[in-house]
Write a protein that binds this ligand. Sequence first.
Ligand code: IPE
Ligand code: IPE
Ligand code: MG
Length: 247
Amino acid sequence: MSNSGPARIPRHVAIIMDGNGRWARQRGLPRLEGHRRGVETVRTVVDAARELGIRCLTLYAFSAENWKRPGDEVSGLMGLLDLFLKRELDNLIKEKVRLRTIGRTDALPANVQRELARVQEATRRFTEWNLVLALNYGAQSEAADAARAYAEAVLAGREKPAELTWEKFSRYLSTADLPEPDLLIRTSGELRLSNFLMLQLAYAELVFTPVLWPDFGRADLVAAVEEYGRRERRYGATTEQIKAGAR
Ligand code: IPE
Ligand code: IPE
Ligand code: MG
């Protein structure tokens, strides 16, 4: 890490990439053009995150609710995802980035599922850098899926309800082997979570920026990480306790 970079680097950054549609509308362009530009931002931000030393980056790319959008926008987004995976495979291997997904990917188009499987397989040996794409993801259905899997484990005699802790339950979430996000960024000025990682964000620092996702750049990521560095994470304790612990 160079001296000019932010002092405290979050281990895991999660981003709600929002504002592609408004970016396009402001320019009189079709919404899909905004998404196309948004994909360019993904490349920039993946590189910048790695340069900053952020080992895990989770991007909210398609929510479980985004199926409600017009059919041509949904198929356009799926096409862009397919293209992104094809185009990024070599880069991810070169940069030793492991690609993972969270969300119900089995409902994605077959060609996208194929590309995802291919990229995940080709990058699964990498341990240092993680790029997690949230696809057809919803925190509420994730919680329901986890509860179902846990209940099945109880029925099979592998778990005892009396012994259930958050620690144990979190192993049934799709993020089981990832650290909880330290920093959540949402672009485009919306102040909500839109069903993203609600349990895992329990103690994340939240940074909201008015910048639309296609305009988000390296400097915006650095600014968010610097903002994170200025926050005091107390986890329920007092400032005095935190200071004493830091000494
Ligand atoms: C985010 O941009 C991309 C996805 C949700 C897939 P939007 O498409 O939500 O952009 P706005 O919110 O309409 O501007
Ligand atoms: C959240 O953005 C989902 C993604 C960024 C993929 P939306 O634009 O779908 O969220 P709402 O509908 O404004 O809450
Ligand atoms: Mg939006």
